[in-house]
Design a protein around this ligand. Structure first.
Ligand code: FES
Length: 106
C-alpha cells in the first residue's frame, strides 16, 4: 500500500495509505481529501477530479488517453503539464511518496 500525499489548495497535506486496486480519485474521496468533487464518479466525463501530479512519477502515472486529454480542456482551474483526471490514474506500488496537489476550484 503506497502512501500518497495529497496537498489541498490551502497547503494542508494528508498522507493516505492507498490500495493498489483503486484510482487516485477513489482514494481521495475515501480519505475525505477536500476539493475533489468527482461528479461523474470516475467516468472521465466531468473533470471535477482534476489534480496536479508529481512529474517525478510520470513513468508510473502514464499518459492521458484521448478522451481524458479532451476533458482536461474543461477544468475549472488552469490545466498544466502535470494535470490529470485523478479518476483515470490507477494506484501502483511504485507511487510510494507521490504528491498529488488538489486545485483551488473544480
Ligand atoms: S470523476 Fe468525473 S472526470 Fe473524474
Amino acid at each position: 500500500m503506497p502512501t500518497i500525499i495529497f496537498v489541498a489548495a490551502d497547503g494542508t497535506t494528508r498522507e493516505v495509505a492507498a490500495a493498489t486496486d483503486q484510482s487516485i480519485m477513489e482514494v481521495a474521496l475515501g480519505a475525505g481529501v477536500p476539493g475533489i468533487v468527482a461528479e461523474c464518479n470516475g467516468a472521465a466525463a466531468c473533470a471535477t477530479c482534476h489534480c496536479y501530479f508529481d512529474p517525478a512519477y510520470v513513468g508510473h502515472i502514464g499518459e492521458a488517453g484521448e478522451h481524458e486529454n479532451e476533458m482536461l480542456d474543461f477544468t475549472a482551474s488552469e490545466r498544466t503539464a502535470d494535470s490529470r483526471l485523478s479518476c483515470q490514474v490507477r494506484i501502483v506500488a511504485a507511487m510510494e511518496g507521490m504528491t498529488v496537489r488538489v486545485p483551488s476550484a473544480q
